[in-house]
Design a binder for this molecule. Structure first.
Ligand code: ZN
Ligand code: ZN
Ligand code: FE
Length: 765
């Protein structure tokens, strides 16, 4: 025997998402194909392998381990140790080893794979039209897991005993369903049922087909999905959509639409290559794509908007339903306005019976609520606006090791974040922390993540705002003795964008949002910071202006306009502005005047979101809103109607220096907008010029700050940067001035990303 042929032993540890994704059968096949002996097993922290055989076969094995890994596996690290051979005779899959303190990543729920789809549509297959078809490459994961390690008894599938054929698939290492925990078939698995809104079964031979017929007839059907109930109706029927709006008490906030396939998506939207990639990815998010003028989807679905949220079917049930109805369907969270999504059958019947006419339910329990994720593609790269299904609980990888902390987030679109080693476990979208249901959902999900990922936070980070329910949650934890770390809102935004981009050295942080309590007690939101994870220094901001009546004014942007005009331009400016705005009530005007002049209940704000609101209402675009950001969004939409969208004119403004603070003054901006408006410049043109102005401000400020900050790295964060026109113009101007610009990718730029920033800052505190 030559030296090269003597058997060697390699012990391999593979970390990442390697459980519940068909990894062990893959290893088994790889080893047996190369005639290697040994074993593979799941542990609480990795997949462990020992293989024995010729050195070159072992090398080939290690190479292919990464190169040919199953589609859902996400390998973070492979560690190999070489040892003396022990003489294994076979290759086995060994029993899982459980170690209580260790942490193992969990796969998100994944859209139905091609192979399962083929079975679903094959009349000769035993899973023909079976809505719970799944395999190791697709299907539910996170939403059915109660604890780790991921085995069937620890999922909501435990009540379904597998039939002999399913069991045989489950036991066969060469089968696509080997150890697929949710494995099921029509004989042994969960079933769907159609009931009316009092819970009585609708007699029919095929619940899914009948539900489809009802949707076609204009009814509203609540459909139990992966992470909760979705409310569905015919998206091409104005009547159906209007009635859903009325019953859900949501008069104009956009709905998302599910379409049968990519061809259909392209019939309703312009879909770029990147957008197509996202739509068809295993994550399968809602993508905000440019809505075609000739689309048959009713404009009621997303009133006044240029973009439509579209998604493709992501469960077998959706595929069956959509191919039955051949219609785009509105699919929106099963809740009443801002409550969390309903997940259990009886809960859905209780909460949604006033909205849905029928319920397509099933008997597989959902353990975790999980909304659809929302993404957009701008400048060729995708960014998440809402991070949930398909993404969470996969962690945001960090470039550095952190201590275990909990970031509680802020208020709207909230998430939390738990850290461990080099991972930031950012929760799925939880919702607006405005009602007891959402706060309970928040608390339950924190416990779930702590349990699943074996994290015991040593500190808890929270927003400076004392009244946020997330802050109060942190205060409660403090009673248990855990250290509290307050983090300023906009510092958290910057840190979140830094972590999203793997940055570590100080940056110029430009944070534009609606609201965030500043360290001086005022409401910030047009901020220029020099910051890293350790500290933050405010170096510039939009000038302070009064918010009459406080937060309530955000529902009625015209009040903000009146207050701003009064504060900036006095009585004469107010008079001119009023001439442009329709029917402002005199009594209300008098109150606002008093509030501003006497500084009564008028907190000061430097918010850019409010600046957009004020201009939107001044132009008569949107004086009262129905959902957060609406006035600003419709101001952006107006710009797209301009004949010369690319025009580069801007409005005047000035920058005043106050010590090392630079303050942007907008009095000239408002007076010139009024002048343009008086001279009949269309709103669209004014909107374009306004967007140019805000982008110019960013460039100017950054040029002024860069020397002082000793960096040319700029991060853009805050919900205002969901405005694509502003984002594009700003990034363009900054890059032309040789700044290195970083925007959000994996984490929302809105407050859904705050908890990540808090957690990273706290773990360095
Ligand atoms: Zn599959
Ligand atoms: Zn079965
Ligand atoms: Fe914010």
């Amino acid at each position: 025997m030559t030296k090269a042929e003597a058997p060697k032993l390699a012990r391999i540890s593979v970390r990442g998402i390697v459980q519940g994704v068909g990894f062990r059968p893959f290893v088994y096949r790889l080893a047996t194909d190369l005639n290697l002996k040994g074993w593979v097993c799941n542990t609480s922290e990795d997949v462990r392998i020992e293989i024995e055989g010729p050195r070159d076969s072992i090398d080939k094995f290690c190479l292919n381990l990464k190169a040919q890994a199953p589609p859902l596996a996400h390998i973070e690290e492979i560690a190999v140790t070489h040892l003396p051979a022990v003489g294994y005779r076979d290759f086995d899959i060994r029993r899982s080893l459980v170690d209580k303190g260790k942490c193992q990543l969990i796969s998100p729920d994944i859209a139905t794979c091609r192979t399962c789809l083929d079975e679903l549509s094959d009349p000769n297959d035993r899973r023909y039209r079976y809505p719970f078809t799944n395999c190791t490459n697709c299907g539910p994961r996170f939403t059915i897991i109660e604890d780790m390690p991921y085995d069937r008894p620890k999922t909501t599938m435990r009540s379904f005993a597998m039939c002999p054929r399913c069991q045989a698939e489950y036991d066969n290492p060469l089968d696509r369903r080997f150890h697929a925990q949710p494995n099921a078939c029509p004989i042994c698995g969960p079933r769907v049922e159609l009931v009316d809104n009092r819970g009585y079964a609708v007699s029919c031979s095929d619940a899914m087909y009948t539900a489809g017929q009802m949707l076609k007839a204009g009814e509203i059907v609540a459909i139990k999905g992966l992470g909760g109930f979705l409310l569905a109706c015919d998206a091409t029927s104005e009547l159906a959509v209007k009635s859903l709006r009325h019953r859900k008490r949501r008069s104009s906030k956009p709905f998302a639409v599910m379409v049968e396939n990519m061809e259909e998506a392209k019939r309703h939207c312009y879909i770029s290559m990147e957008e197509e990639g996202l739509l068809t990815s295993p994550q399968s998010p809602i993508v905000l794509a440019r809505w075609r003028q000739d689309s048959t989807v009713s404009r009621e679905v997303a009133p006044n908007l240029r973009y439509l949220g579209v998604m493709l079917p992501y469960t077998p049930l959706h595929h069956i339903l959509l191919s039955d109805v051949h219609l785009p369907l509105v699919m929106t969270s099963g809740n009443l306005s801002e409550e969390p999504i309903a997940k259990d059958n009886d809960e859905a019947l209780r909460r949604l019976s006033g909205i849905a006419d029928y319920f397509l339910i099933h008997n597989r329990d959902i353990y975790s609520r999980y909304d659809d994720s929302v993404a957009m593609v701008e400048r060729g790269s995708s960014q998440l606006i809402r991070r949930a299904r398909g993404y969470a609980p996969y962690p945001i990888p960090l470039k550095f090791k952190v201590r275990p902390v909990l970031g509680c987030g802020a208020h709207l679109k909230n998430t939390f974040c738990l850290t461990r080693d080099k991972h930031a476990f950012l929760s799925q979208h939880i919702g607006d922390m405005e009602n007891i249901e959402t706060v309970e959902h928040f608390a339950d999900t924190v416990s779930l993540y702590e349990r699943l990922f074996r994290i015991k936070p040593v500190a808890v980070a929270h927003d400076l705002h004392p009244d946020y329910l997330a802050t109060r949650y942190a205060m409660e934890m403090n009673k248990g003795g855990i250290e509290l770390i307050p983090v300023q809102h906009h510092h958290a935004h910057v840190a979140s964008c830094m972590a999203d981009n793997g940055l570590q050295s100080p940056v110029i942080g430009v944070v534009f949002d609606g609201t965030g309590l500043g360290s001086d007690g005022h409401i910030w939101g047009g901020e220029f910071l020099v910051a890293d994870y350790h500290s933050s220094r405010r170096v510039g901001h939009l000038e302070y202006l009064p918010l009459p009546g406080g937060d309530a004014a955000t529902r009625k942007p015209y009040r903000i306009t009146l207050a701003y005009l009064l504060a900036l331009l006095g009585e004469e400016g107010l008079r001119q502005g009023l001439a442009l705005m329709k029917d402002v009530d005199n009594a209300e005007l008098a109150i606002i005047q008093r509030q501003v002049e006497k500084r009564l209940n008028s907190p000061l704000t430097s918010s850019i979101g409010r600046l957009f609101d004020a201009v939107s209402a001044l132009l008569g675009i949107r004086g009262e809103i129905d959902y957060e950001g609406q006035a600003a969004i419709e101001l952006e939409m107006a710009a797209y109607k301009a004949p010369h969208e690319g025009e580069e004119d801007s409005y005047p403004y000035s920058v005043a220096e106050d010590g090392d603070l630079r303050i942007i003054k907008v009095c000239d901006l408002f007076s010139t907008v009024i002048k343009d408006s008086q001279q009949g410049v269309p709103r669209s043109g004014i909107s374009v010029k306004f967007h140019n102005t805000v982008a110019q401000m960013v460039k100017h400020m950054c040029l002024s700050i860069t020397g002082d900050a000793a960096t040319n790295k700029v991060v853009l964060s805050g919900g205002v940067f969901q405005n694509r026109l502003l984002l594009n113009k700003t990034v363009g101007l900054l890059e032309r001035s040789n700044f290195e610009v970083y925007t959000h990718k994996q984490v929302p730029c809105n407050d859904g990303g705050i908890s990540l920033g808090q957690a990273v800052i706290a773990s360095f505190a």
